[in-house]
Design a binder for this molecule. Structure first.
Ligand code: GTP
Ligand code: MG
Length: 201
């Protein structure tokens, strides 16, 4: 899919104030610093559409971007970031779970996990929660450029084995790098296909 326009729409902490347009929406979620905002910039080929930082906790609100004037891409705060105060962390988690349970326009989530790390409890629990709430998702393995060509498939295999302890099959997944652009076409083609199916139904 070619991205001809990508514009910031609104940031907020209240799901009731998110855009009312009935456009298909895709949300990027995962632990702080996993690379959600970087991936959004890579996919849209806009260097600073979403704000990036080396320090975890950069994205603190629900951020809507409108792509090609016909679908929304959503950048969310990371979960599991301990350095924000306990009360602030609670607020993030509440509005994140509210966003996922109330946002009718949400078509699918992308759960980002760092391809370098072993499966993390918080990610597995979050995917479990999505499953229980019947929210479709794909996994995106990020920062693939930081692994060697031999280590990367080993880590994906290890992750798959862990997922198969809880899931009948491995969810749909993508391997990406925001620095090399790896996975860009696959993620965008997937979104295009889902949008086309929705338009037909
Ligand atoms: P929060 O908003 O804090 O939840 O973080 P985030 O998930 O949005 O992460 P962000 O995109 O801000 O990236 C965090 C750090 O990882 C930044 O220093 C990025 O430059 C770096 N980074 C993100 N993606 C990649 C990648 O694919 N490869 C490499 N090498 N670095 C990456
Ligand atoms: Mg971010």
């Amino acid at each position: 899919m070619k991205i001809s326009s990508a514009e910031f729409v609104i940031s907020n902490s209240d799901v009731a104030k998110c855009p009312k347009d009935r456009l298909p929406e895709y949300a990027f979620i995962g632990r702080s610093n996993v690379g959600k905002s970087s991936l959004i910039n890579m996919l849209t080929e806009r260097k600073s559409l979403a704000k990036i930082s080396g320090r975890p906790g950069k994205t603190q609100l629900i951020n809507h971007f409108i792509i090609n004037k016909n679908w929304f891409l959503v950048d969310l705060p990371g979960y599991g970031y301990a350095r924000v105060s306990k009360s602030a962390k609670k607020v993030f988690q509440k509005f994140i779970t509210e966003y996922f349970s109330k946002r009718a326009q949400l078509v699918s989530a992308f759960v980002l996990v760092d391809s370098r790390h072993e499966p993390q409890k918080i990610d597995l629990e979050f995917m479990q929660w999505l499953g229980e709430n019947q929210i479709p998702f794909s996994i995106i393995f990020t920062k693939a450029d930081k692994l060697t060509k031999t280590k990367l498939p080993l880590n994906i295999e290890q992750y798959t084995n862990e997922m198969l302890k809880y899931w009948e099959e491995m969810p749909n997944y993508f391997i990406t790098s925001s620095s090399s652009g790896l996975g860009k076409d696959q993620v965008l083609d997937y979104i295009r296909e889902v949008n086309q199916q929705l338009a037909k139904s």
